[in-house]
Design a protein around this ligand. Sequence first.
Ligand SMILES: [Zn+2]
Length: 591
Amino acid sequence: MRRLNDEDIAQIRQQANIVDVISSYIPLQQAGSNYKAICPFHDDTNPSLSVNAQKQIFKCFACGVGGNVFTFVKDYEEISFIEAVIKVGQMVGFDLSQFSVDNYKPKIDNQTSRYFRLMDEAQQYIEFTLTNTKDDQVRDFLKDRGLTQSLIKTFQIGYIDPNFPLAKYLNKKGYSYQEIEAVHLATLSDGDYYDVFNSRILFPIKTHDNQVVAYTARSLTDNQTKYINSATSPIYQKANILYNYHNAMERAYKDDSVVVCEGVMDVIAFHKSGHPKSVATLGTALSNQQVQLLKKMNSDIVLGFDGDTAGQQAMLNIGTVLRENRLNVFVYNNNSTDDPDDISQKRSKEALKEMVDKPKHWMEFILEYGSKLYSLTSYNAKKQVVEFVLNHLKLFDKIDQTYFISQLSNLTGFDEQTLGTSLSEMPSKAVKRRVEPIKKSVTTNQLLQSEKQILSYLVDGKKYGQMFKLQLGYLIDPNANDLALLILNLYNVHDTISVADCLNLNLNPIQESVLLEISEDSLYQVPKTEKHLKELMIQVQIADIDNMLKINQSHILKAESSTEKIKLMNEKIELHQRKDKLKMEASDEEI
Ligand SMILES: [Zn+2]
């Protein structure tokens, strides 16, 4: 196995046709030599997304998203860049047999890797503490909850013993209290640092590639807050993670459905009952990112929340979002108010397994929910049930619709034909994929016009790259400067480059935006000449000197001694001389 390198990525990009790839996701209309589409990244009604086949890039003129073929797949599927590369590679038949996605670890900065190591050390310590604690309360808790040695191992459950504080241990291991606090494992109180999860049973929350980034912590007794979770930290954002996703994903081949439930004890209950492919939302809502994680599992979903009113409501909300995202959703067959853990403990593992193995169809759940919600005692209530049910039914196929219309007819007394007509008259517009644009357009105004022009020269040809390198070699704006250096770097290996390839570089949104602007805006599509580039470079140098003059002026005003002032005045004169000389050069160029 080896990693995909820049050459492989460039090859896949060149083999892929952005028009084919985007049209496999959304319908494209030809418009001249380009293509247009309704933008999937904002609430678009006009086709605002333009796909440029010649340059192999796309851009939305309303919300500002844009990029190359990988950017589109990455943003549309909400996956990582490298996953998008692999996906496109598969589409174009690129031989990926020697690569593995897992082999590719994105580069992480030093601080982040220190946080990861800190979490690894914390994890080892709390597991060790759990096995070695002398506290009877802990043993009783584990026994009462049915947490066997094997489950403790599988879920890497730990404990923070007040006699062996974690934060102090981590500090001795070389991590600062600020770092420990940043990942929410310590809190400052009366000038000292304490464990956030003191005397609690800890369940590690991991990323999809098995890195511990947070904890959910259970109290030993029921008279305190039962669960507390890590707050958002530099390495943890709740919305990006599903509890136990890593384990469940590994078992994807064994089981054809995935159970989605609320908390860690529910996941463990489903695991015990023979459904190890289960994940928890750690709350009663589902983020966009969590939806994308579930989509990637390619499985039917069985919802397994608490049986009480709050749990039913959570299943209605979460199931609705999943249906709108075209996932197959079922609801476990729990007709009691118990939660999954109660069912497995008080009744049996088998009872819980049966509920998942013989789940309710989503529409069965909706019919039940609707009739409970509106009670069906009056004509108005019946009409409300009809509306509620049809709203969900419109996202199903004809067979399902026919079947459930007959059920709805039995329930409400409306005849099937009337219900069928109402259903077909409902606005069939699929529910929006997203409400908010995922990327806001970035302003590139802080860059000088001449800097953007120079960048467009750099992309245009190696000889301009050489000329820039020898005669100027830098740009004032840090984003533009980095971008210029990245482009010059590409010329070390390639004789020609394209904007679509530059977009594979690790660019920030401003840089991406500049690249798209210089390749799309007619302002930059003028014939290029060495003379013009020379003029542009002089303009940048003059602007640079103007900046230095401003700084010089503010220093002069603040100067404390006369010697300092004289030194600064001399500097000022020198800068003016340089500026005049450049102006002369510029007027020579114009002749
Ligand atoms: Zn858009």
